[in-house]
Design a protein around this ligand. Structure first.
Ligand SMILES: [Zn+2]
Length: 517
């Protein structure tokens, strides 16, 4: 029947039927009628096993294992993505109580190579009970956390929970579109906005995407992709979960077992957790500045230091780890040299905890950035990507884009007051773009992450030196560059004489011979 004929038939019917009856007919039609977004959800529900089957599920348990790369924290921005921090995920188990909107997420995460000391396999247990998110410690005690929206999104990163949420009349579905072989719809649940993609031919849910804010890279898509669907108790469920941050794969889980309507136990938040109130915001960290060599200051306050170097008519900032530390470094620079603005920045390497303050630094006056050539794409994205979720200082002040001076194997920043030599840290498994920074007048070196003396995160109980997996590489680089070094001034940890660095390089993590006496 053609559309026109159908319209005519309905029209005729309405005209010829008594008012009450036509009202009933019309009501039925509007109840059944669906907007295109609802249609996508309905089709997905049908493909998965039917709306009734989906709504009848009381519990779901999925179990498996895989790996992740901790992209969220380490942010490798090159095209391959961060792989120096590979974690195995074991005993991955997610239990969902769909009737009550509760869940328990468990996994064991084990670093495949250790950076910090004490990286034993780490078991985490996360809970969600309606609007209440909580974590369960190794001692079994539960603590409320206030990232309930994030936990809720995690709950929704499964086709069964997501399609059920999409079928709920309170969900808002809009902006249906086609992209390649997928159909997409925006799904709004309370304050949470997600984009859901469906395979256009199978109709099955293919992935869900949430935009999240990143200080350096702005609005970033966080994606969970579902594939390898298998039939489980009358339901099509994915057995391969792949998540991505931006264009980088961040992890994968192979599901080995799925159980529907098994006993998941009581997933309710304990009473003490439910009544816990939001803790007050932490006090701002201290912000101090200390001259560590003539015309060189360490701006300190948290685990991340920046360094301020005095040049003839301006100051040079080394490392802009995050917005808060960068703002603090600018303030302290005014204390020590009120008449010299910070106008230059050395970007030490690409990782997220060393680049989060770059945009703020430019907003506050940096007009030139020195960085290794491998960071050119990253820097371009830092100044180009939209920051609509969280408009930052750079978005608001809209400064001129800084000049980028790319360093290949080496470079130098020099004027009448100071000389700073920059060298690519060669053969480093930490990153392929770290600059080894040498303050020639002071015979002092700055590196980040690859040497962290006395940083509590690398110390080993009962041993005088920390776990420094890259220290031999740093030493090899100092020798290769033929640098005369008196002092190490690393971004993390203490400023130390070269002699201490050498002792650590010799012993690595071993105990010195007299340590037990
Ligand atoms: Zn790093």
């Amino acid at each position: 029947m053609t559309r026109r004929l159908l319209d005519r038939t309905i029209g005729t019917g309405l005209l010829m039927t008594v008012a009450v009856l036509s009202g009933v007919v019309f009501l039925e039609r509007t109840t059944v009628a669906q907007n295109p977004g609802q249609q996508l959800i309905s089709d997905a529900a049908a493909a998965m096993g039917g709306r009734d089957r989906i709504m009848a599920v009381k519990t779901l348990i999925v179990e498996g294992g895989g790996h992740d790369f901790q992209v969220d924290q380490e942010y490798a921005y090159d095209e391959i993505g961060s792989q120096f921090l590979v974690y195995q995920l074991r005993d991955y188990k997610r239990a969902y109580d769909l009737v009550n909107g509760r869940a328990r997420f468990e996994q064991v995460r084990e670093a495949q190579s250790t950076i910090f000391n004490g990286e034993a396999p780490q078991r985490t247990v996360q809970g969600l009970d309606g609007e209440i998110a909580f974590n369960v410690g190794a001692n079994g005690n539960a603590t409320r956390v206030f990232q309930e929206d994030g936990r809720r999104v995690e709950y929704l990163r499964h086709p069964l929970t997501l399609v059920r949420a999409g079928l709920d009349p309170t969900a808002t579905l809009s902006n249906v579109r086609t992209q390649g072989t997928e159909r997409l719809v925006d799904l709004k649940i309370g304050a949470i906005l997600l984009t859901v993609a469906f395979d256009a031919s199978t109709k099955l849910p293919a992935r869900v995407v949430q935009l999240v804010d990143n200080a350096a890279l702005g609005d970033r898509p966080n994606e969970m992709r579902w594939s390898d669907y298998r039939l489980v108790n009358g339901l099509q469920l994915p057995t391969l979960l792949t998540w991505k941050v931006g264009r980088w794969t961040a992890g994968q889980i192979r599901i080995l077992r799925q159980t529907i309507d098994a006993d998941v136990g009581n997933l309710a938040a304990p009473a003490a957790v439910a009544s816990a109130s939001r803790p007050p915001p932490p006090p701002p960290p201290p912000s101090t500045v200390r001259e560590i060599a003539k015309g060189i200051w360490a701006a300190e306050g948290t685990t991340h230091k920046s360094f301020i170097v005095e040049m003839s008519d301006h100051l040079l900032l080394v490392d802009a780890p995050n917005v808060e530390r960068t703002v603090a470094a600018f303030a302290r620079a005014k204390d020590v040299r009120p008449n010299k603005p910070i106008t230059k920045l050395i970007m030490g390497h690409n990782h997220g905890d060393h680049t989060g303050g770059i945009r703020a630094a430019v907003a506050m006056g940096v007009n030139e950035i020195f960085a290794h050539r491998n960071n050119l794409t990253l820097l371009d994205e830092i100044f180009t990507n939209p920051h609509t979720l969280n408009p930052d200082m750079y978005s608001k002040t809209n400064p001129k884009r800084p000049k980028i001076t790319a360093i290949d194997d080496e470079g130098v920043i020099k004027d009448g007051m100071n000389t700073v030599n920059l060298y690519l840290l060669l053969e480093s498994s930490h990153s392929n773009n770290q600059l080894l920074i040498y303050y020639a007048n002071a015979r002092m070196v700055t590196v980040a992450d690859v040497y962290m003396p006395n940083d509590p995160r690398v110390m080993i109980a009962g041993e005088p030196f920390g776990h420094q997996p890259w220290i031999q590489n740093v030493l090899a680089n100092l020798r290769y560059r033929k640098l005369q070094v008196d002092t190490l001034a690393p971004v993390h940890g203490d400023v130390e004489p070269f002699s201490r660095f050498m002792e650590e390089a010799i012993f690595l993590t071993a105990k010195p011979p007299d340590a037990d006496r």
